[in-house]
Write a protein that binds this ligand. Sequence first.
Ligand code: GLU
Length: 298
Amino acid sequence: MAHPPPRPYVGRFAPSPSGPLHAGSLVAALASYLDARAQRGRWLLRIEDIDEPRTVPGADRLILHQLQSLGLHWDGDPVWQTQRHAAYAQAFERLRRAGRVYPCHCRRRELRAGPYPGTCRPNPPAGHIPVAKDGRRPAWRFRVDPGLERFQDRWLGPQCQDVAAEVGDFIIRRADGLWAYQLAVVVDDGQQGVTDVVRGADLLDSTARQRQLARALALPCPRMLHVPLVLDAQGRKLSKQNHAPALDLSQPLACLRQAWQELGFGHLPADAPDAFLASAAAGWAQRYPGGARTGMSA
Ligand code: GLU
């Protein structure tokens, strides 16, 4: 059977505005930027402000400013997830009509760490499901597929996860009414035509779940590349919670050089961000040639 023609490369950077970018998030930003430029693709910017309680006012503007100062120019207009509720509601409705979601009344403290045991999972999937219980609003869980979810990661190689055994049915709409990250990211990547996701390895564990959701919504699964996390002196992931120092934007070239080195590359001669990014894109293209020509993964 003939393969469908490959879709033109579309990448994205999708920061959560819980604070400004730091040396760790810059590594993910740089890698996804370089991959898009190496493939002569588009590079979109999406502000993932769906988790409103964690959003820091003004952090989005700061991130935009940081990226511009570093020469990491995105294509088109940035998208804010808080403006996309209608799209998430529509996807949710589609899953609901297909019997792929159910309301869950378990309280967090009733659940032990580990996979969701399926306490509220109705059996059979269709039929009457009581939505209100004790007047509390439920969370909504996605019924995961049984079996192994396999995919290829362009950095890490073959991956596989048994989502049912390791995660269980997961929440796509929270009891407070907010859309979960997993749903928003899949709907957005699908609707924005994203072919390639390049992001930090802390999100590797979400990939199998996102592939299941994409399939349930009849969306193609993007190719994946997870870059290693930057660790601090204590071996912890560099993060806003660990008070990672802010990027020194008076030295944009030094910031880019450091991120490039974290990606395992050697010294590049360049005296300005634009020149640096052009040779870095060429170096990246040598390591990851022609990703866009291999078509979408199944
Ligand atoms: N918003 C997520 C974060 O900042 C990234 C989501 C993604 O790249 O899929 O951690």
